[in-house]
Design a protein around this ligand. Structure first.
Ligand code: URA
Length: 426
């Protein structure tokens, strides 16, 4: 007979008690074996949502999530490894630039990524708009690409923290996603299992982020930094603003094109600024004294990007697709742009076909939004604000409806909002 009962574990957490390490270990293990039912785990997740975890409970819960699967072994690489995780934003194409950039500075960057859900895009969806590129690599392929190219962006294998996939699916349908201990353990179990030496967390805050307030973003960041550090992963979090979209392009192929512009030394200033800010932290964490800006400007980062894409079957010279149906949204009057709402733009891109509502849904490579005017710029009445792309007229009309209120115009200059908000380290 088992030493624990699921009902006792659930009621203890429901009543605000801390769970013993053994109870947590048993519960997750029994859930994976099918001895604890989905409805019982859902009840426990709801109890955690309301009553949280003490630091010791969170550590044990995360350890057990890691232990539910395999760990990638990156020891023995000739370069130090460092990864970046973003909590998700609109127009967030930073990984596509950052991974080859930091690799061109001498590190190994294992970016095991996911797909987009809802209004935020996924790195794999963006790269899959490149003809031939493949997201699935074996562990041996990951290691050899890290050694030879220095950067890998690929799908996180099913073997890393497999209990997370089942817990996340339950959280998604039981209103328990927005819990700091559950988000932290979900993200960090996968990153720790990935085997990286160091990690930078880009914690987004604002209209287009799933965390809307600075205080909550700080709490999430502190929790994740503490989990990483206690597992021997040098971890720093950077809170960054996600009120307006990053850069001008929002949509899969559109974002690849904009990333290549930045890799070639151009592109929007905010994308370059954030990429360099995160790159500097990553290099500092692994003790590499290299100026990343010089690697964008002298073509080394772009050369590494080309190798990274080719190593996974992609053609970096292929012409990127563009949605066949287009429309332009014009400014209704003249004025200075006070805000461009990242959430509205993200939802528009999603409705145009660039994102998915359920994880099984396909995405369009060519759909998306180009933001033609940015906060602080003056526009005349009738000047283009957005260019919309979709594969058919139905998606185009849906995207257009979503974007109509995205821009606020005013008569005064817009307040300047910094992009890099706060750095959090242990
Ligand atoms: N991303 C994850 O991987 N897990 C969460 O819980 C939230 C975002």
């Amino acid at each position: 007979m088992s030493a624990f009962s699921a009902v006792e574990v659930i009621t203890a957490k429901r009543d605000g008690d801390a769970l013993s390490d053994d109870a947590i270990t048993w519960m997750l293990d029994a859930y994976m074996k099918g001895e604890v039912a989905d409805e019982q785990m859902s009840a426990l997740l709801m109890a955690v949502f309301f009553n949280g975890f003490e630091p010791r409970e969170l550590l044990t819960w995360t350890d057990q999530m890691i232990a539910s699967g395999e760990r990638l072994d990156l020891k023995g690489l000739s370069r130090p490894s460092v990864d970046k995780h973003s909590t998700g934003g609109v127009g967030d194409k930073i990984s596509l630039i950052l991974a080859p950039l930091v690799a061109s500075c001498g590190a190994a960057v294992p970016q095991l990524s996911g797909r987009g859900l809802g209004h935020t895009g996924g790195t794999l969806d963006k790269l899959e708009s490149i003809p031939g590129w493949r997201a699935f690599l074996s562990n041996d392929e990951i290691r050899s690409q890290l050694e030879n190219v220095g950067a890998v962006i690929c799908a996180a294998g099913q073997g890393l923290a497999p209990v997370d996939r089942r817990l996340y699916a339950l959280r998604d349908v039981t209103g328990t996603v927005e819990s700091i201990p559950l988000i932290s353990s979900s993200i960090m179990s996968k990153k720790i299992a990935e085997g990286t030496d160091a990690l930078v967390l880009d914690v987004k805050v604002g209209r287009g982020a799933f965390i809307k307030t600075h205080d909550r973003a700080r709490e999430l960041a502190q929790t994740m930094v503490s989990l990483g550090t206690s597992h021997g992963v040098a971890t720093v979090a950077q809170l960054t603003s996600m009120n307006q979209p990053l850069g001008r392009a929002v949509g899969n192929a559109l974002e690849v094109t904009e990333s290549v512009d930045v890799l070639q030394g151009g592109g929007p200033g905010d994308v370059r600024e954030l990429t360099l800010g995160l790159a500097r932290i990553m290099l500092e964490l692994v003790g590499l004294d290299v100026d990343p800006a010089s690697k964008l400007d002298d073509g080394s980062a772009y050369a590494t990007y080309r190798m990274m894409i080719e190593a996974q079957g992609g053609d970096p010279d292929a012409k990127m697709v563009e949605g066949a149906c287009k429309d332009i949204v014009l400014a209704p009057q003249e004025g200075i742009i006070q805000s461009v709402d990242a959430l509205d733009v993200g939802i528009a891109a999603w409705r145009l076909g660039a994102g998915r509502a359920r994880k099984e849904d396909p995405v369009s490579a060519g759909a998306g939004v180009m933001c033609l005017a940015r906060v602080g710029e003056f526009v005349e009445a009738g000047q283009p604000l957005f260019e919309l792309f979709a594969d058919d007229h139905e998606h185009l009309a849906r995207g257009r409806d979503a974007i109509t209120r995205a821009v606020v115009l005013g008569e005064t200059s817009a307040p300047h909002e910094p992009l890099l908000l706060e750095r959090i380290s242990k």
